[in-house]
Design a protein around this ligand. Structure first.
Ligand code: C2E
Ligand code: CA
Ligand code: CA
Ligand code: CA
Length: 279
């Protein structure tokens, strides 16, 4: 009786129907987009605060929609995750980001790494380390060239599995960053067991620098935590000089944000890298 009630509700609620229809529409459109090669990657530089050089770039997906123009991931990643389409889309992202890195190398950019966002489903379903080793071989990449970013909440969903997956990746030389740090509920015990290289301090805390004491306390604590665990800290969403100076003064090594650059198409990010790293 309960499930029938739920069905009736769904059937008669025009709003829910609309949402379901819209989801179906997006799912269909995403399938077409894959076939039509409408996805693009933009790259946001991550800056070493001491030297001012570009340390890595983060690949961020966009959808070049024929009518709507450039659509951000906030509009479609959730549907892609719910429908499982994130699997083929995520594979596309990894292959294309790696190919782009190989092109950077061919263009004489020797020392910049490529960071790639990995979804929950990619962590669970595919043999990520097999994919990674195939890609590194295909593009002659070296250990340390690729950084996989997984969010804190995804890592903590199945922590024992996360430990296994990250151990395998580390064994191949892939670096791992814990993304959106501070927004999930990591226990310190797990943080030590995950084979991590970097913590990415979530933008929501960086925004509080100079505004809110509690937010600032979390920034300070995370910087200390990263140092004590021997991890490199990346501060996300740095937009102002005041935020940069605060983080720098406390020993944060890497920063990323609009203050330096928005995510850029490949050609523009090459110019940006050259202007900072020389060559
Ligand atoms: P994220 O991994 O936390 O990426 C950082 C997001 O913050 C990006 O948004 C970036 O454009 C934005 N950002 C960077 N600096 C600043 C700043 O100074 N101020 C502000 N306000 N925003 C800044 P974007 O590109 O819209 O991506 C949103 C999220 O979508 C990403 O968050 C990530 O979770 C997801 N995403 C993007 N590309 C991929 C992908 O290829 N695969 C997967 N699974 N997820 C992706
Ligand atoms: Ca990320
Ligand atoms: Ca993030
Ligand atoms: Ca985020």
């Amino acid at each position: 009786a309960k499930s029938a009630g739920r069905n009736n509700f769904q059937f008669f609620d025009p709003k829910m129907n609309e949402a379901a229809l819209e989801r179906l529409g997006i799912e269909h459109a995403l399938r077409l987009a894959l076939g039509r090669d409408e996805f693009r990657l933009h790259y946001q530089p991550v800056i070493d605060v001491r030297s001012g050089r570009v340390s890595s770039v983060e690949a961020l997906i966009r959808w070049q929609h024929p009518e709507r123009g450039l659509v951000g991931p906030g509009m479609f990643i959730a549907v892609a995750e719910e429908t499982g389409l994130i699997q083929p889309i995520g594979d596309w992202v990894i292959w294309n980001a790696a190919r782009q890195l190989a092109e950077f190398r061919a263009a004489g950019i020797a020392d910049v790494r490529m960071a790639i966002n990995i979804s929950a489903i990619q962590m669970r379903n595919s043999d990520l380390s097999v994919l990674a080793s195939g890609i590194m071989e295909a593009y002659s990449l070296r250990p340390g060239d690729l950084i996989f970013e997984i969010t804190e909440s995804v890592a903590m969903e199945h922590p024992d599995e996360t430990i296994r997956v990250l151990d395998r990746l580390r064994g191949m030389g892939v670096k791992v960053a814990l993304d959106d740090f501070g927004t999930g509920y990591s226990s310190l015990a797990y943080l030590r067991m995950f084979a991590l290289d970097k913590l990415k301090l979530d933008r929501s805390f960086v925004v509080e620098i100079g505004q809110d004491v509690d937010g600032q306390v979390i920034c300070d604590a995370t910087i200390g935590l990263a140092r004590n665990l021997g991890l490199t800290l990346v501060a996300e969403g740095v937009e102002t000089e005041a935020q940069l100076e605060y983080l720098k003064a406390r020993g944060c090594e890497l920063v990323q944000g609009y203050y330096f650059s928005r995510p850029l198409p490949a050609g523009q990010v090459v110019d940006f890298i050259r202007s900072r790293n020389g060559g």
